[in-house]
Design a protein around this ligand. Structure first.
Ligand code: IFM
Length: 391
């Protein structure tokens, strides 16, 4: 038996986002195109869910605050919703759970979408005003702030791939979105840091492990480098002086060849989640090593898989944490791990079929059922260690 200890005060938690779990969000740009209905009804059942977080020994929780609830009309802030999230945060604090708040997790108020969303320069003013208001309301209750979740995923799927609202294919709008995200992030970082409160503020980047499809091909190797630079590093390079930490979402490896954009390895090689993402634990190690140069604390803000039968999740967690631990041993400053997700939820345009949760949701009764892998993760959280048995 081998015990891999994690650093003192390591954060062990799970992550969700408002639109994916809360239910009842009728005023966002997703609401009409891809309605999530009641979702997990987390909006009303959050106390119950926080009890489960506690029961599963997690000491931290990452979630998002829904902009379209707080500011349903431009410039009009909803007091009832502001109070809702205050109670929500207080109830986490009452349970001594560290709070990590994401300000933008893919969804926008309809009024912003109508004027061009993130491609419109005005978003800088609007989003900073929203962020400022939320900060003023909750600054005593939030430990970590995240400005934007996965900026490049959001920009590319919404403005290049046409899969998410506003479902456009327009590289200019994509670039404008990118520019506005960078400006917003820096501005909010500066505004928040005028306060004397004790908090940290960062970004969440979805970084992949890019490998050449054919390691002998110079062209494939070159392409993998280009991807590594543009997808993993470009955004961080632009904001690196405006970060207290880096949030890393790691899910998979992408093999890059001459075929645009990615090529998969052979089906026999490795394991795949229910939605066809390759499970490649070693990749998290390489991605973490790549982030070391920023010299900032790193929180793994998402890592998980769609696995309805819960057949692969336990090994997924074990193997990823093994590689995270190796990166820590080699000097990468990883300070926390958040599994995606606490519970099954609305997986964007794929709907409710993919099951990412440590907790299973019965969408008819909204009953919560703890999956075996959740108990496995709970032991790690309790011990602050991964115990490896020789088998
Ligand atoms: O569900 C998403 C989440 O909203 C952002 N990161 C990836 C997850 C799985 O696709």
């Amino acid at each position: 038996m081998k015990k891999l200890k994690f650093p003192k005060d390591f954060l062990w938690g799970t992550a969700t986002s408002a639109y994916q779990v809360e239910g009842g969000i009728g005023n966002s740009d997703w609401s009409k195109v891809y309605p999530a209905g009641l979702a997990c009804n987390h909006y009303n059942l959050y106390e119950k869910d926080f009890d489960l977080i506690k029961k599963l020994n997690q000491n931290a929780y990452r979630f998002s605050i829904e902009w379209s609830r707080i500011e349903p009309e431009e410039g009009k802030f909803d007091k009832r919703e502001i109070e809702h999230y205050r109670r929500y945060l207080q109830s986490l604090k009452a349970r001594k759970i560290t709070t990590i708040v994401t300000l933008h997790h893919f969804t926008n108020p309809l009024w912003l979408a109508k004027i061009g969303g993130w491609a419109n320069k005005k978003v800088v003013f609007y989003f900073s005003r929203f962020a400022n208001r939320v900060f003023d309301e909750y600054k005593d209750l939030v430990d970590f702030w995240i400005t934007i979740n996965e900026p490049l995923i959001y920009g590319s799927i919404s403005y290049l791939e046409r899969r998410w609202p506003p479902k456009k294919r327009n590289p200019i709008l994509f670039l404008k979105t990118l520019r506005n995200q960078i400006t917003c992030h820096k501005k909010i970082y500066e505004i928040f840091h005028k306060s004397k409160n004790n908090f940290q503020i960062g970004i969440v980047k979805h970084n992949s492990y890019f490998e050449p499809f054919n390691s002998k091909s110079p062209l494939d190797r070159f392409n993998a480098k280009v991807y590594r630079y543009f997808w993993n590093e470009y955004f961080l390079n632009r904001i690196k002086n405006h970060l207290d930490f880096v949030g890393l979402n790691y899910y998979s490896r992408d093999k890059v060849g001459i075929k645009f954009p990615f090529q998969k390895g052979s089906e026999n090689e490795g394991k795949w989640s229910d939605i066809g993402w390759e499970i490649y634990p070693e990749g998290i190690y390489h991605v973490l090593k790549g982030l070391k140069k920023y010299n900032l604390p790193i929180y793994i803000t998402e890592n998980g898989l769609a696995d309805a039968k819960d057949k692969l999740r336990k090994d997924f967690i074990k193997n990823h944490l093994y590689w995270v631990h190796k990166a820590i041993e080699e000097g990468v400053d990883v300070k926390g791990y958040f599994h995606w997700s606490l519970m099954d939820n609305f997986e964007w345009e794929k709907g409710f079929d993919p099951r990412f949760g440590l907790i299973e949701i019965d969408y008819k009764t909204l009953e919560r059922k703890i999956r075996p892998s959740a108990l496995f993760y709970a032991k790690i959280c309790k011990e602050n260690a991964l115990i490896l048995c020789r088998d």
